[in-house]
Design a protein around this ligand. Sequence first.
Ligand code: NAD
Length: 508
Amino acid sequence: MSTDFEKNIADAEALLNPFRKNTLGHFVDGKSTIGSSGKTFENVSPVNNESIGQVAAGDAQEVDAACKSAAAAFPAWKAMKGGERRKLLNNVADAIEARSRDISLVESLDTGQPIRFMGKAAIRGAANFRFFADRAPDARNGQALPQDEHINYTTRQPIGPVGVITPWNTPFMLSTWKIAPALAAGCTVVHKPAEFSPLSATMLAEICSEAGLPDGVLNLVNGKGESAGKSLTEHPDIKAIAFVGESRTGTMIQVQGAPTLKRVHFELGGKNPVIVFDDADLDRALDAAIFMIYSLNGERCTSSSRLLVQSTIYDEFVARVVERVNNLRVGHPLDPATEVGPMIHKSHFDKVCGYFDIAKTDGATIAAGGRESDVGGGAGNYLQPTLFTQARNDMRIAQEEIFGPVLTAIPFADEADAIEIANDIEYGLAGYLWTNDIGRGHRIAQALDAGMIWVNSENNRHLPAPFGGMKASGIGRDGGDYSFDFYMETKNICVALGTHRVPQLGKG
Ligand code: NAD
């Protein structure tokens, strides 16, 4: 065990102690509370499936208290000058940076995500706050739309208290990606984090409060999706729901929110193609394809989980993938050397492992991995990074989101074939494309039905750029001004210049 690994374990254990000893509560109106339901659930660590504490299971009552707190805090937060909101949210960013190591250690043990990625994810959380903080003073800005005898101008105002519901794959970073723009826009928030990974959400709520956010501006209710999550989507004080999670959950939320006409923003599942042409820089394409499916344990919505390789180079390229996959370092998430950690939960581990049999039944070849890993002696949710070859696009391993370190390789003949295979899927989140033919790069980027396309790159992010998916991958876009469009209402104000003829009725 390296010294850094030992230190990570010791520091993480110290940080987890309070979570092990005390029931993790909600955070409502600036205070921790375990609520009135008295129900709890157990949080387990993916490294050994042992308990890391009890979590209060919020229900309709706890959600109602949090929503009322958000509604009460809304008028003052909305009225606060943008410059003051900017200052407070930059304070939050500073505090996240100062605690980024603690956040990443806790997040790694709670989710199984390797520390090498979680350190960066915590810093990105700070960047999300800073980015939207700096835009808070201009969030109301609109357009001037003059006519001959009138001037129209648009302005925006925050929509009201909003609900934010997040998944377990990179919980801290994703929560800040939704919560920071909502707060910068002038909305107050009720956050319901994923039940498999609740710890870092509490750290965020406490950090925000300590950084000076007024009570009730950010509230947190822990609990199950079907109770706490559902109640939040149904609550009449909540004007919009920002949701990140599975496509089928998105459908449920749309139904649940319909009676109260909730505005919804969905970032859902993906089964994203990475298309490699024979004229590409194959070394870079290989690095990127491997990174985009095996980083973050493959539990990543934008993972390049379908590898489409031109048939002229298929065998050669796939052989290079096999070599790299067999060489990936599976290990404890707090080991700085680890590249792939354990799956979030035993149930998810079973789901991912289930695809090994499905691949065989469907006639694909398991060219690498395809089994549990012996790391941790079987106590944790470790599996071998896996590559399926000889796959067709109609197989389940090519159509379904596996959400693990599992890649499905499919050959294609030419440009038209690549586009057809890439688009023949219910999802449309991201697409990656490797070619040195600039015209082809643009042609395929235009033809792919996905919200985000990367040409000769691997998921480079630019915070003002739109993030989101088409088809079953989502509704709406985040990033830059797109986020404010969701968290704010646009209002048109029309002012006469005093010269136009007003219609005159009843004058005979
Ligand atoms: P999930 O849909 O099971 O759960 C997400 C959240 O929704 C959790 O907090 C859960 O408690 C809650 N929830 C569940 N049922 C609910 C209901 N009926 N009403 C309200 N809330 C409910 O998703 P998951 O398994 O936690 O996360 C993995 C999924 O998230 C994958 O499909 C992945 O692609 C997706 N994801 C998408 C993006 C993106 O940006 N598109 C990013 C990360 C993850």
